[in-house]
Ligand binder design. Sequence first.
Ligand code: SF4
Length: 270
Amino acid sequence: MLHTGGVTLAFDGERLLNAVDVARAALVDDGQQPGKHLDASPEGDWAVTHYFEADLAGYRGWQWCVVLAGAPESDDITVSEVVLLPGEGALLAPAWVPWNQRVVPGDLSPGDMLAADTDDVRLVPNQVDTGDEFRFESEDDAEEFGQIAGELGLGRRRLLSPEGRDEAAQRWYDGEHGPHSDMAAAATYHCATCGFYLPLSGALRPAFGVCANEYSADGRVVAADYGCGAHSDITAPSGDGSPAYDAYDDGALEIVSVAASADAGADATA
Ligand code: SF4
């Protein structure tokens, strides 16, 4: 019986623990060039793992591990396994992240496909597929129904879920066109009272709309309490030029004596 590191071996494990040369030879036979022997540890009753430095380009801190095995009533030592494993502080590749967790907003390019997961919480299945269910007496009926069906979401297989809607609303509210942005903080009026503001339909109507001002957030969803300096009620400043600055009178010149200026330059040099 052998006691090693608190583990009690049921066989003459010292033979395997001392078989460093056998483990090294296994590596050399495998075409490797093992470095210093680092450690040996028992693996259960009939096996020991030997660790060697691995001096391999690109594998800083990795170790060769050779597992030697014995057997009852046998003097033979078997090489069970030769592997390269990372040691403490080894250089490792970053943890693998599935592609769908690596995609970030802005990654989608023309021609790319990005399917929502079947269990995407942002979407729910639609209960009514208008497919061939409806027949129209006239084109007018079809147009009228089409408008109503579109607003209700009929004809779409999946609709935005309450979670998806809440997430979007929070994102927009906290974003560049929300009430806490620098632009909104500096604005005199809110979007809700602007002539360029197109309110959304549905549950988000009270809080969000789309800006239709090409000089501002044109085509973007803006919060009703966002605002900018291009609000439709802003009155133009009197006179010409930028409203932010007084006109610069470039006819008013300061006359500077050349001699005085040269003296000042000389003093500064001295
Ligand atoms: S112009 Fe300015 S205030 Fe008006 S809707 Fe667009 S962002 Fe809002």
